[in-house]
Ligand binder design. Sequence first.
Ligand code: HEM
Length: 131
Amino acid sequence: MKISYVTAALAAIAVGGVVWVAQAAPADDVKARQAVMKEMGSNVGAITKMLKGEAPYDAAVAQKSADAIAAAAKKVPDAFKPNTGDAGPTEAKATIWSNWQGFTDKATALDTEASKLADVAKKGDQAALAE
Ligand code: HEM
């Protein structure tokens, strides 16, 4: 009988551990998607600085940054896990998941535009890039 109590106690601890892990994951999901967005931000920033004349124009950097924006855009759907709308400090709105198609459409649109930007950057024409 005693053994079964011990077994039950261990099982409870094990289950508790699993629950704890399951609860910790959504907050990490939020951090991970925010990291994807920071990646977007830093690469848009790199291009913007060049176009504003705050950094020397460098076609290779523009192309690399545009590629990174497109790559980050491709990560968007997977980075927004279900049931993480209120998991930790987040700006994400519930409409992301209630209108999932609309959300992923925007990510796809950004991917398309970033690919065009990378193509323009490849030509090394600063004016075309600005346009
Ligand atoms: C070049 C385009 C984009 C830039 C520069 C950008 C930048 C950012 C930045 C800097 C943040 C704040 C991250 C943080 O809290 O540390 C953010 C958050 C967010 N972005 Fe973007 N983003 C872009 C495109 C997109 C796209 C295409 C989507 C969706 C289709 C999107 C959805 C979101 C959402 C939902 C958040 C809130 C995330 C959260 O707090 O959990 N963003 N973005």
